[in-house]
Design a protein around this ligand. Structure first.
Ligand code: CA
Length: 251
């Protein structure tokens, strides 16, 4: 598949070359123009390069052609919904690892996102303060950076995690995991036998500073156990949280 490089992408590229630094690039997909403008202004002040799209289709196209470091994605968008954009980004080979921060106004949508069924990394409910949004963006970035620095393949009790290919398998079977489930499993498998509190797991898998209920972790663990096909691999540590089984079970 060939990707057409359009004018704006080339001009932002040369701007980077002139400055001699690579600024993190954030794509803002938001149809409320005033809000998009305020976000772009504040992000630029913090040293980010910004790209703005005002509908879902334009957002998807800009994400695919300009490959931003992070996408801020409104859910209620004209032409193509934020949910569809999110799915398309997760399905694309080049875009599947781009962190996505969802902007949502409706409580019911928030519930859906808490399940992380669409593969978003984090969400912020409108109205929000720019300060909070910036904190969440930084938390997401830290998480992505840590992920690229650490070891590449880890394996324990038949569960194998390939960080470079972003692939997890259990006894050779590929596991279909959301980004959050992937990070959660990786955190546990990296240190078998170590007990993690729910809070620690939230920090490593969802990002420090995120306001997420502790039961969210329980929901993710439940899904992970089901996907692993062996409920005993992740053990419950009563009154604390969870750990990955250290030694094989003796039957
Ligand atoms: Ca909207």
């Amino acid at each position: 598949m060939s990707v057409v490089n359009e004018g704006p992408a080339l001009s932002t590229l040369s701007a980077n070359v002139h400055q001699g630094v690579s600024q993190p690039r954030i794509l803002i997909v938001e149809d409320e123009r005033a809000l998009a403008k305020v976000l772009a202004y504040n992000l630029q002040r913090e040293g980010y390069e910004t790209i703005v799209a005002h509908d879902g289709q334009e957002g998807l196209r800009k994400a695919q052609t300009q490959l931003p470091d992070l996408v801020i994605l409104d859910l209620m968008l004209p032409v193509m919904s934020g949910l569809d954009v999110c799915r398309e980004l997760r399905a694309g080979e080049k875009t599947r690892d781009i962190p996505i921060l969802i902007l949502t106004a409706k409580a019911e949508e928030t519930d859906q996102i808490v399940g992380f069924s669409l593969g978003a990394d984090d969400y912020v409910t409108k109205p929000f303060s720019v300060k909070v949004l910036l904190q969440r963006i930084k938390a997401l970035q830290r998480r992505t950076e840590t992920a690229t620095d650490a070891g590449e393949i880890i394996e324990h009790l038949g569960v194998r995690i390939d960080r470079v290919r972003h692939r997890a398998t259990c006894k050779g079977q590929v596991l279909e995991l959301t980004p959050t489930e992937f990070r959660l499993l990786e955190t546990l498998v990296r240190q078998p036998g170590r007990a993690f509190s729910r809070h620690q797991l939230m920090d490593s898998a969802i990002g420090g500073g995120a306001v997420v209920l502790e039961r969210t972790i329980d929901v993710h663990i439940k899904t992970l156990r089901r996907k692993l096909g062996d409920p005993d691999l992740i053990e419950t540590v009563r009154g604390l949280g969870y750990r990955f089984r250290e030694a094989p079970r003796v039957d």
